[in-house]
Design a protein around this ligand. Structure first.
Ligand SMILES: [Zn+2]
Length: 261
């Protein structure tokens, strides 16, 4: 059966070669100069599917001896440009709603008249344009708000877990450094998701849960604040010495929430 495959395979190869070698329709007319018209959006809305609204520009390009280009919307000539760049601006609001044919004719120095391929566009109202844009932008904004809310939630959870830290307990300050809460005077690790305001950050204290403007504290200030926590503790409260396992667990947790950027 294997030998049956060969003629079929050869035939496909031959067919592909013929396809590649066949002159494409565009190539056949290479001797005739072409006038190409493109449409650029200057300000407004374009659905990508042919609906447009706002200020757009015709842009025509052709042979080097192109002398003038006249632009048309349907059968109305909207302007003639006699020097490069052959460009003409128009606003869709000056024309009726619905489908329009946009095209151009060009004249060369040797008197040839060139016709561009027509472009068909559907002129829509500004309202329709903004509504369509809203259908894209609104879900996008919604998604961003959702992501921010989730990030916020993670930070809050992380802070809640840390809120159980006993007074005076040894701790690690993460990549963002430590700060001292102006409300309860206890030191804490600054959060990845705090708001940066020049040299200060608007961050929340995991101990008392209050938001305040804090600065990165020096190690000396932090050590002093840790010592001060001891004074806040009731006299009979024991400062717990963390077991090695607990220390390691805390360090891992710190690196998980703070060192990742
Ligand atoms: Zn506080």
């Amino acid at each position: 059966m294997k030998h049956n495959h060969k003629p079929g395979y050869l035939f496909i190869l031959l067919f592909c070669w013929l396809l590649l070698a066949a002159p494409r329709p565009g190539q056949a007319q290479e001797d005739t100069p072409q006038l190409t018209v493109r449409l650029g959006r200057d300000f407004g809305y374009s659905s990508g599917g042919g609906d447009i609204q706002g200020t757009f520009s015709f842009r025509a390009s052709g042979p080097d001896n192109l002398e003038s280009v006249t632009f048309y919307i349907d059968d109305e000539a909207i302007g003639t440009v006699t020097q490069p760049p052959f460009r003409l601006q128009f606003n869709t609001d000056n024309y009726g709603l619905g489908l329009h044919t946009l095209r151009a004719t060009g004249v060369t120095s040797d008197g040839q008249i060139l016709e561009s391929t027509p472009i068909v566009r559907n002129f829509v109202t500004a309202g329709e344009g903004w509504q369509a844009a809203g259908r894209i932008v609104v879900p996008l904004l919604g998604g961003m708000v959702l992501i921010m809310a989730v990030a916020w939630g993670i930070t809050m959870l992380a802070s809640r877990r840390r809120g159980t830290l006993p007074l005076g307990a040894p701790r690690q300050y993460g990549a963002y450094g430590g700060a001292i809460c102006p409300k309860c005077q206890r030191p804490y690790s600054m959060h990845m998701l705090a708001f940066n305001l020049l040299t200060s950050r608007y961050d929340y204290c995991p101990h008392c849960g209050k938001w305040s403007l804090v600065k990165r504290a020096t190690p000396q200030e932090l050590a002093a604040a840790e010592q001060a926590e001891l004074a806040l503790a009731s006299p009979d409260a024991q400062v717990p010495e963390l077991s090695p396992e607990e220390k390691l667990r805390r360090q891992l947790e710190d690196s998980r929430f703070e060192d990742t950027r």
